[in-house]
Design a protein around this ligand. Sequence first.
Ligand SMILES: [Zn+2]
Length: 241
Amino acid sequence: MKSAREEQARLLELQGIDIEIARLDYRARTLPVLEKLEQAERGRDAHKDLAIAGGAERSDVEGELRRAESDVEQVVGRIEKDQKLIDSGTVSAKDLENLLGELKSLGRRKEELEEVELEVMVRLEEINGRISEHSSERDRFESEANQLATERDKALAEIDSARRSLLADRQEIEREINKELLDLYLKIKESSGGVAAAKLENGQCLGCHLQINAVEVTRIKALPEDEVVRCDECRRILVRV
Ligand SMILES: [Zn+2]
């Protein structure tokens, strides 16, 4: 392939810009804020899930508490009823004895049920504490995530603006290179990790950094300057400068 010396030199400029763009893309992908943001989002989601699980547990225990309260109320109702009967003075001595016996056992039952009620209330309090802890942690991580997202957007906008300016320069340069050479450059770039054109300097290919043997260097130097040369080792376009 043949291509004017100036076009080959332009290719090196294009390569320089493409390396800059690749650096920017790498920076955009590896911004430290991205990892921090991910951590904050993970923290937020974990505490959100725990708060939700706590909420489900709370409604179960609230149901338990309602049942315990109604058990106590039932016993209290029966105690009041028995007490009214006794207070009315209309029951026989035998019934009175029965009622007093029942009152005694109802009193014990009430105490037992109140203990159950208290135990459920303590559990409910513990769950509420846990929910509020997870909710506030969730909110803390959420506001941290929002702050980090703003930081990320700002950093990405800066990178994007630098990228756009490089792309504009790139377009200018591309116009000055013939299509055949440009296509070859793009093809090699795809398969060679982003570097397709390299300088030949002091007998070394700056693409693969291998020394080219003296005979080959002499041969390359003797070629017409518009001859497009490729490195024997890495197949990149070797630009003689
Ligand atoms: Zn090479």
